[in-house]
Ligand binder design. Structure first.
Ligand code: IMP
Ligand code: MG
Length: 168
């Protein structure tokens, strides 16, 4: 497997994203919702980078699944037990591919009366988009390749890799 994004490049990008996000939350507070499982490592690093930028963060999570192996099923299953009424929500996602997952989760949070919902993703594959959705903050735009590492898996393998690698 070839390295696409190194550990250092990820670290620098997470700091840069946190700086940009901190500027937009003038209240100095946000409610982070991690999209598990894929975003668990990115989220853990990003909330600490936000803390370094003086943002207070509270944390919750949702679990979403749309992939089997390297194929999107087109159907998003999620479980979400969160109270977001009146909160400024930041949805933290590992990668946006067809866009179905993040669109569905964002709509659900708006339905549950979040004050605002912004989206940050580490990786974006814009060429794969099937629904109209854009993240507010994007780490890296990448080509249409299946990637693993830094939380992302292929059938639950490779999540622990500290960098992003291409599998096919
Ligand atoms: P979407 O609903 O098609 O945008 O898919 C988003 C989800 O699919 C992401 O949260 C990932 O969990 C998974 N996914 C999409 N592309 C990749 C990839 O290249 N590697 C690993 N997981 C991926
Ligand atoms: Mg995911």
């Amino acid at each position: 497997m070839k390295v696409l994004i190194t550990e250092k490049e990820i670290r620098d990008k997470v700091s840069e994203l946190a700086e940009g996000i901190a500027k937009d939350y003038s209240s100095g507070h946000l409610h982070a919702i991690f999209v598990l499982k894929g975003a668990f490592i990115f989220s853990a690093d990003l909330v600490r980078a936000l803390s370094n930028n003086n943002v207070d963060v509270t944390v919750d999570y949702t679990i979403a699944k749309s992939y089997v192996g390297t194929e999107s099923t087109g159907e998003v299953k999620f479980s979400m037990d969160v109270d977001v009424g009146g909160k400024e929500v930041l949805l933290i996602e590992d990668i946006i591919d067809t866009g179905r997952t993040i669109k569905k989760l964002k709509e659900e949070l708006i339905k549950r009366k979040a004050d605002s919902v912004r989206v940050v993703c580490l990786l974006d594959k814009p060429s794969r988009r099937e629904v109209d959705i854009k993240a507010d903050y994007v780490g890296f735009e990448i080509p249409d390749k299946f990637v693993v590492g830094y939380g992302l898996d292929c059938d639950e393998k490779y999540r622990h890799l500290p960098c992003i690698k291409v599998i096919q």
